[in-house]
Design a protein around this ligand. Structure first.
Ligand SMILES: [Zn+2]
Length: 196
């Protein structure tokens, strides 16, 4: 449902046209979509400070290099929010961190080999991933749960550096007719990478 306040502001100011807002994820989080010439639509993942009060701690948006790499194709942003929602609504901790997607002009994204088409995003769970040390069974179970949330949100792939966790997620996906898959990848022991 589109935010009532936005509809009202449109009514009151017929000459004012904000960037179009569409409902995504839990279906009542308004996301700005802009048309970038020569590229097409780009959505911005809302900063967590802008989330409605009822979604407190749904996620934390982290700016890694001050580059505002929080943009992506609308479908990417929708699935990032859906993933965070699946995790949060299940009562899981810690709050997920959403780090880099892309710059508004996707191909200008820096610091990633991929992430240049608006179809890639990264998540982190503080003190829970292999690189954080003391990677216990309980922490691996959290990582498995989180990757399930990614695939339930519709991502086709999630990359992670742990064979056991990846195998567990894929057995579950196969059994439940979920089309996405986890994939083992080096250098993904401190974040999860997803792509459309
Ligand atoms: Zn990535």
């Amino acid at each position: 449902m589109i935010d009532q306040k936005i509809l009202e502001s449109l009514d009151q100011e017929p000459d004012f046209r904000p960037a179009p807002m569409v409902p995504v994820g839990p279906d009542d989080i308004p996301v700005v979509i802009e048309d970038v010439p020569g590229q097409g639509s780009a959505s911005e993942l809302p900063d967590h400070a802008l989330l409605p009060e009822r979604y407190k701690e749904l996620y934390v948006r982290v700016d890694l290099g001050g580059n505002n790499q929080h943009w992506g194709k609308p479908k990417l942003v929708e699935r990032m929010i859906d993933t965070a929602y699946n995790w949060w609504a299940g009562g899981n901790k810690p709050t997920c961190l959403i780090t880099d997607l892309s710059r508004k002009r996707f191909r200008e994204t820096t610091g990633h080999k991929t992430h240049k088409t608006g179809e890639d995003g990264d998540f982190d769970l503080a003190k829970t991933l292999p690189r954080d040390g003391n990677f216990t069974k309980a922490k691996r179970a959290k990582c498995v749960k989180f990757m399930k949330c990614c695939l339930e949100a519709g991502f086709s792939r999630v990359l992670f550096t742990d064979h056991d966790a990846v195998d567990t997620v894929n057995a579950w996906a196969e059994l439940n007719g979920i089309p996405g898959r986890a994939s083992y990848a080096e250098k993904h022991d401190n974040h999860f990478h997803v792509d459309l």
